[in-house]
Design a protein around this ligand. Sequence first.
Ligand SMILES: *[C@@H]1O[C@H](CO)[C@@H](O)[C@H](O)[C@H]1NC(C)=O
Length: 323
Amino acid sequence: MTSVCRLQWHFILIFSAALKGESRYLEVRDAAEDDMFALLKSNLKRDLTEGQIYRRPLRCIDMLSIEGQFTFTAEKPELQCVLFLIGDPEELVTVEYNFVNIDCHGGDFVKVFDGWIIKGEKFPSSLDHLLPTSERYTDFCDTGRTRATVQASQNVAMVFFRIQEPGNGFILTIRKTPNLFPCNVISQTSNGRFTMVIPRQHRNCSFSIIYPVVIKISDLTLGYFSDLQLKKPSPVGCQESGDFVELLGGAGLDPSKMFPLADLCYSFHGPAQMKIGCDNTVVRMVSSGKYINRLTFEYDPFHRPGLENEQGNNVEEVCFPVK
Ligand SMILES: *[C@@H]1O[C@H](CO)[C@@H](O)[C@H](O)[C@H]1NC(C)=O
Protein backbone atom coordinates (compact mmCIF):
# COMPACT_ATOMS: atom_id res chain seq x y z
CA MET A 1 0.00 0.00 0.00
CA THR A 2 1.19 3.48 -0.68
CA SER A 3 1.30 5.79 2.29
CA VAL A 4 -1.64 7.85 1.08
CA CYS A 5 -3.60 4.67 0.71
CA ARG A 6 -2.61 3.58 4.22
CA LEU A 7 -3.69 6.92 5.52
CA GLN A 8 -7.11 6.60 3.95
CA TRP A 9 -7.38 3.08 5.29
CA HIS A 10 -6.62 4.23 8.81
CA PHE A 11 -9.23 6.90 8.57
CA ILE A 12 -11.75 4.39 7.34
CA LEU A 13 -11.02 2.19 10.36
CA ILE A 14 -11.43 5.14 12.64
CA PHE A 15 -14.69 6.09 11.09
CA SER A 16 -16.21 2.67 11.05
CA ALA A 17 -15.36 2.54 14.76
CA ALA A 18 -16.99 5.92 15.21
CA LEU A 19 -20.11 4.73 13.40
CA LYS A 20 -20.79 2.03 15.97
CA GLY A 21 -21.22 4.76 18.52
CA GLU A 22 -24.53 6.02 16.98
CA SER A 23 -25.26 9.36 18.55
CA ARG A 24 -25.98 12.93 17.75
CA TYR A 25 -22.49 13.98 18.71
CA LEU A 26 -20.19 12.59 16.15
CA GLU A 27 -16.61 12.17 16.98
CA VAL A 28 -13.56 10.29 15.92
CA ARG A 29 -12.57 7.58 18.33
CA ASP A 30 -11.11 4.16 18.89
CA ALA A 31 -8.49 4.53 16.24
CA ALA A 32 -6.92 1.20 15.48
CA GLU A 33 -3.73 1.73 17.43
CA ASP A 34 -1.77 4.06 15.22
CA ASP A 35 -2.42 7.42 16.60
CA MET A 36 -4.48 10.09 15.04
CA PHE A 37 -1.83 12.68 15.63
CA ALA A 38 0.55 10.92 13.26
CA LEU A 39 -2.14 10.99 10.59
CA LEU A 40 -2.88 14.62 11.14
CA LYS A 41 0.78 15.50 11.03
CA SER A 42 1.38 13.78 7.72
CA ASN A 43 -1.72 15.45 6.32
CA LEU A 44 -0.59 18.82 7.58
CA LYS A 45 2.74 18.50 5.90
CA ARG A 46 1.17 17.54 2.64
CA ASP A 47 -1.31 20.35 2.75
CA LEU A 48 1.30 22.93 3.64
CA THR A 49 3.53 21.95 0.75
CA GLU A 50 0.67 22.06 -1.71
CA GLY A 51 1.04 25.81 -1.76
CA GLN A 52 -1.51 28.18 -3.15
CA ILE A 53 -4.43 26.08 -4.23
CA TYR A 54 -7.62 28.04 -3.98
CA ARG A 55 -10.05 25.57 -5.44
CA ARG A 56 -10.06 21.87 -5.27
CA PRO A 57 -12.36 18.90 -4.75
CA LEU A 58 -12.56 17.41 -1.27
CA ARG A 59 -11.98 13.82 -0.31
CA CYS A 60 -14.28 12.13 2.19
CA ILE A 61 -11.52 12.36 4.80
CA ASP A 62 -9.59 15.54 4.32
CA MET A 63 -7.72 18.37 5.91
CA LEU A 64 -7.26 22.00 4.93
CA SER A 65 -4.95 24.70 6.20
CA ILE A 66 -5.54 27.12 3.36
CA GLU A 67 -8.36 29.40 2.31
CA GLY A 68 -10.35 28.66 -0.79
CA GLN A 69 -13.43 27.14 -2.27
CA PHE A 70 -13.85 23.43 -1.93
CA THR A 71 -16.30 21.05 -3.53
CA PHE A 72 -17.46 17.65 -2.43
CA THR A 73 -19.48 15.40 -4.70
CA ALA A 74 -20.40 11.90 -3.55
CA GLU A 75 -19.47 9.21 -6.02
CA LYS A 76 -21.02 6.53 -3.84
CA PRO A 77 -22.94 6.68 -0.56
CA GLU A 78 -20.57 8.39 1.90
CA LEU A 79 -21.66 7.75 5.46
CA GLN A 80 -18.79 9.04 7.56
CA CYS A 81 -16.78 11.91 6.18
CA VAL A 82 -14.83 14.54 8.00
CA LEU A 83 -12.86 17.61 7.08
CA PHE A 84 -10.29 19.00 9.53
CA LEU A 85 -9.66 22.74 9.29
CA ILE A 86 -6.74 24.62 10.79
CA GLY A 87 -5.43 28.18 10.51
CA ASP A 88 -2.56 30.11 12.04
CA PRO A 89 -2.71 30.78 15.79
CA GLU A 90 -4.01 34.32 15.37
CA GLU A 91 -6.73 33.39 12.89
CA LEU A 92 -10.34 32.30 13.23
CA VAL A 93 -11.60 29.72 10.78
CA THR A 94 -14.90 30.38 9.02
CA VAL A 95 -16.99 27.99 6.95
CA GLU A 96 -19.40 29.43 4.43
CA TYR A 97 -21.93 27.31 2.58
CA ASN A 98 -22.09 28.31 -1.07
CA PHE A 99 -24.20 25.46 -2.29
CA VAL A 100 -25.60 22.41 -0.55
CA ASN A 101 -27.50 19.65 -2.26
CA ILE A 102 -28.14 16.92 0.28
CA ASP A 103 -31.16 14.95 1.50
CA CYS A 104 -31.69 16.26 5.02
CA HIS A 105 -34.92 14.28 5.48
CA GLY A 106 -33.22 11.10 4.29
CA GLY A 107 -30.51 11.31 6.95
CA ASP A 108 -27.82 13.29 5.19
CA PHE A 109 -26.08 16.06 7.08
CA VAL A 110 -23.28 18.61 6.99
CA LYS A 111 -22.25 19.72 10.49
CA VAL A 112 -19.59 22.10 11.61
CA PHE A 113 -17.95 21.43 14.98
CA ASP A 114 -16.38 24.38 16.79
CA GLY A 115 -12.99 22.79 17.50
CA TRP A 116 -11.59 19.34 16.88
CA ILE A 117 -12.94 16.14 18.38
CA ILE A 118 -11.00 12.90 18.09
CA LYS A 119 -11.58 9.67 19.99
CA GLY A 120 -14.01 11.40 22.34
CA GLU A 121 -11.48 14.08 23.21
CA LYS A 122 -12.22 17.62 22.22
CA PHE A 123 -10.17 20.70 21.75
CA PRO A 124 -10.87 23.17 23.27
CA SER A 125 -11.95 21.16 26.30
CA SER A 126 -15.26 21.96 27.97
CA LEU A 127 -13.38 23.88 30.66
CA ASP A 128 -11.82 26.18 28.08
CA HIS A 129 -14.64 26.75 25.60
CA LEU A 130 -17.33 29.35 26.16
CA LEU A 131 -20.13 27.20 24.70
CA PRO A 132 -21.52 23.92 26.01
CA THR A 133 -20.63 20.97 23.78
CA SER A 134 -24.08 20.60 22.20
CA GLU A 135 -23.95 24.20 21.01
CA ARG A 136 -20.61 23.66 19.35
CA TYR A 137 -22.28 21.65 16.57
CA THR A 138 -24.05 23.56 13.79
CA ASP A 139 -26.04 21.33 11.46
CA PHE A 140 -26.79 22.74 8.03
CA CYS A 141 -30.04 20.79 8.04
CA ASP A 142 -31.20 22.73 11.12
CA THR A 143 -29.77 26.14 10.49
CA GLY A 144 -28.06 26.26 7.12
CA ARG A 145 -30.74 28.04 5.21
CA THR A 146 -30.78 30.87 7.70
CA ARG A 147 -27.15 30.81 8.70
CA ALA A 148 -24.86 30.39 5.74
CA THR A 149 -21.67 31.17 7.65
CA VAL A 150 -20.26 29.48 10.72
CA GLN A 151 -17.29 31.06 12.45
CA ALA A 152 -15.25 28.94 14.84
CA SER A 153 -14.07 30.36 18.16
CA GLN A 154 -10.43 29.53 17.36
CA ASN A 155 -8.06 28.44 14.60
CA VAL A 156 -9.49 24.93 14.32
CA ALA A 157 -12.84 23.48 13.28
CA MET A 158 -14.22 20.31 11.73
CA VAL A 159 -16.93 19.52 9.22
CA PHE A 160 -18.72 16.17 9.53
CA PHE A 161 -20.88 15.06 6.63
CA ARG A 162 -22.95 12.17 5.36
CA ILE A 163 -24.25 12.09 1.79
CA GLN A 164 -26.00 8.95 0.59
CA GLU A 165 -27.05 9.76 -2.96
CA PRO A 166 -24.29 9.72 -5.59
CA GLY A 167 -24.10 13.08 -7.32
CA ASN A 168 -25.17 15.04 -4.28
CA GLY A 169 -22.70 17.27 -2.50
CA PHE A 170 -21.79 20.78 -1.49
CA ILE A 171 -19.46 23.69 -2.06
CA LEU A 172 -17.82 25.45 0.89
CA THR A 173 -15.68 28.52 1.15
CA ILE A 174 -13.09 28.42 3.92
CA ARG A 175 -11.88 31.78 5.18
CA LYS A 176 -9.54 32.87 7.91
CA THR A 177 -10.04 36.13 9.77
CA PRO A 178 -7.66 37.83 12.23
CA ASN A 179 -8.14 37.17 15.93
CA LEU A 180 -6.72 39.92 18.16
CA PHE A 181 -6.74 37.84 21.33
CA PRO A 182 -6.22 34.24 20.34
CA CYS A 183 -7.17 32.08 23.28
CA ASN A 184 -7.39 28.42 22.34
CA VAL A 185 -4.99 27.37 19.61
CA ILE A 186 -3.64 24.21 18.00
CA SER A 187 -0.24 24.90 16.49
CA GLN A 188 0.30 23.75 12.94
CA THR A 189 4.02 23.54 13.48
CA SER A 190 6.41 22.01 15.99
CA ASN A 191 8.23 25.28 16.53
CA GLY A 192 7.19 28.85 17.07
CA ARG A 193 6.71 31.67 19.52
CA PHE A 194 3.45 32.82 21.05
CA THR A 195 2.16 35.43 23.46
CA MET A 196 -1.07 34.60 25.22
CA VAL A 197 -2.96 37.50 26.75
CA ILE A 198 -6.15 37.22 28.78
CA PRO A 199 -7.28 40.79 29.38
CA ARG A 200 -9.40 40.79 32.54
CA GLN A 201 -11.59 37.96 31.40
CA HIS A 202 -12.74 35.04 33.50
CA ARG A 203 -11.76 32.31 31.12
CA ASN A 204 -9.13 29.70 30.36
CA CYS A 205 -6.94 29.37 27.29
CA SER A 206 -4.98 26.40 26.00
CA PHE A 207 -2.23 26.39 23.40
CA SER A 208 -1.79 22.89 22.06
CA ILE A 209 1.23 21.52 20.22
CA ILE A 210 0.75 18.01 18.86
CA TYR A 211 4.45 17.19 19.00
CA PRO A 212 7.05 16.53 21.70
CA VAL A 213 8.63 19.92 22.37
CA VAL A 214 11.02 21.96 24.43
CA ILE A 215 9.11 24.91 25.89
CA LYS A 216 10.94 28.07 26.85
CA ILE A 217 8.93 30.56 28.86
CA SER A 218 10.46 33.98 28.60
CA ASP A 219 7.89 36.10 30.41
CA LEU A 220 4.95 35.56 32.67
CA THR A 221 2.83 38.33 34.14
CA LEU A 222 -0.01 37.27 36.39
CA GLY A 223 -1.69 40.29 37.87
CA TYR A 224 -1.75 43.87 36.85
CA PHE A 225 1.18 45.96 37.92
CA SER A 226 0.08 49.59 38.00
CA ASP A 227 1.73 52.61 39.54
CA LEU A 228 -0.05 51.71 42.73
CA GLN A 229 1.79 48.41 42.79
CA LEU A 230 -1.47 46.59 42.93
CA LYS A 231 -0.15 43.10 43.10
CA LYS A 232 -1.70 39.75 43.56
CA PRO A 233 -1.13 38.27 47.01
CA SER A 234 1.14 35.25 46.75
CA PRO A 235 -0.95 32.14 46.67
CA VAL A 236 -0.15 29.10 48.78
CA GLY A 237 -0.61 26.57 46.00
CA CYS A 238 -1.06 27.36 42.35
CA GLN A 239 -4.37 25.56 41.97
CA GLU A 240 -5.90 27.62 44.78
CA SER A 241 -5.01 30.85 43.08
CA GLY A 242 -7.46 31.99 40.45
CA ASP A 243 -4.66 32.88 38.04
CA PHE A 244 -1.98 30.44 36.98
CA VAL A 245 -0.31 28.70 34.07
CA GLU A 246 0.04 24.97 33.76
CA LEU A 247 2.04 22.80 31.42
CA LEU A 248 0.27 19.62 30.44
CA GLY A 249 1.39 16.52 28.59
CA GLY A 250 -0.46 13.53 27.21
CA ALA A 251 -1.39 11.41 24.23
CA GLY A 252 -4.88 12.77 23.52
CA LEU A 253 -6.37 16.01 22.40
CA ASP A 254 -8.36 17.19 25.43
CA PRO A 255 -6.37 19.40 27.81
CA SER A 256 -8.69 18.52 30.70
CA LYS A 257 -7.59 14.88 30.37
CA MET A 258 -3.85 15.52 30.21
CA PHE A 259 -1.22 15.16 32.96
CA PRO A 260 -0.16 18.33 34.75
CA LEU A 261 3.63 18.55 34.46
CA ALA A 262 4.21 21.95 36.03
CA ASP A 263 2.30 24.86 37.55
CA LEU A 264 3.40 28.46 37.49
CA CYS A 265 1.68 31.08 39.58
CA TYR A 266 4.29 33.77 40.10
CA SER A 267 5.19 36.45 37.61
CA PHE A 268 8.74 36.22 36.36
CA HIS A 269 11.06 37.31 33.57
CA GLY A 270 13.77 35.29 32.03
CA PRO A 271 13.86 31.91 30.52
CA ALA A 272 12.57 28.77 32.14
CA GLN A 273 12.79 25.70 30.01
CA MET A 274 11.02 22.41 30.07
CA LYS A 275 11.32 19.38 27.82
CA ILE A 276 8.10 17.54 27.28
CA GLY A 277 8.41 14.20 25.55
CA CYS A 278 4.69 13.63 25.11
CA ASP A 279 2.76 13.30 21.87
CA ASN A 280 0.80 16.38 22.80
CA THR A 281 1.87 19.37 24.87
CA VAL A 282 -0.41 22.09 26.19
CA VAL A 283 0.35 25.45 27.76
CA ARG A 284 -2.78 26.47 29.63
CA MET A 285 -3.63 29.70 31.39
CA VAL A 286 -6.41 29.97 33.96
CA SER A 287 -7.64 33.48 34.53
CA SER A 288 -9.91 34.88 37.23
CA GLY A 289 -10.81 38.01 35.30
CA LYS A 290 -9.27 40.34 37.87
CA TYR A 291 -6.00 40.91 36.05
CA ILE A 292 -4.39 41.20 32.68
CA ASN A 293 -2.47 37.95 32.41
CA ARG A 294 0.23 37.51 29.85
CA LEU A 295 2.59 34.74 28.90
CA THR A 296 5.28 34.55 26.22
CA PHE A 297 6.90 31.28 25.22
CA GLU A 298 8.82 29.60 22.46
CA TYR A 299 8.75 25.98 21.44
CA ASP A 300 10.96 23.71 19.40
CA PRO A 301 10.85 20.04 18.54
CA PHE A 302 12.16 17.80 21.28
CA HIS A 303 13.86 14.68 20.04
CA ARG A 304 13.88 12.38 23.00
CA PRO A 305 17.60 12.20 23.56
CA GLY A 306 20.07 10.09 25.35
CA LEU A 307 20.51 11.80 28.69
CA GLU A 308 22.36 15.03 28.41
CA ASN A 309 22.91 17.37 31.26
CA GLU A 310 22.32 21.00 30.75
CA GLN A 311 23.49 23.88 32.82
CA GLY A 312 21.22 26.37 34.42
CA ASN A 313 17.79 26.77 35.72
CA ASN A 314 15.99 24.09 33.80
CA VAL A 315 13.06 22.14 34.94
CA GLU A 316 13.14 18.87 33.14
CA GLU A 317 10.32 16.42 32.74
CA VAL A 318 9.24 13.89 30.20
CA CYS A 319 6.01 12.03 29.61
CA PHE A 320 7.71 8.69 29.65
CA PRO A 321 10.96 7.95 31.44
CA VAL A 322 13.91 8.29 29.10
CA LYS A 323 15.59 4.92 28.82
C1 LIG B 1 -11.22 27.29 34.12
O1 LIG B 1 -10.66 26.04 34.52
C2 LIG B 1 -10.83 25.73 35.87
C3 LIG B 1 -10.12 24.43 36.16
O2 LIG B 1 -8.79 24.45 35.72
C4 LIG B 1 -12.30 25.63 36.19
O3 LIG B 1 -12.47 25.39 37.57
C5 LIG B 1 -13.01 26.91 35.79
O4 LIG B 1 -14.40 26.75 35.94
C6 LIG B 1 -12.72 27.29 34.36
N1 LIG B 1 -13.23 28.62 34.09
C7 LIG B 1 -14.12 28.88 33.15
C8 LIG B 1 -14.53 30.28 32.99
O5 LIG B 1 -14.58 28.01 32.44
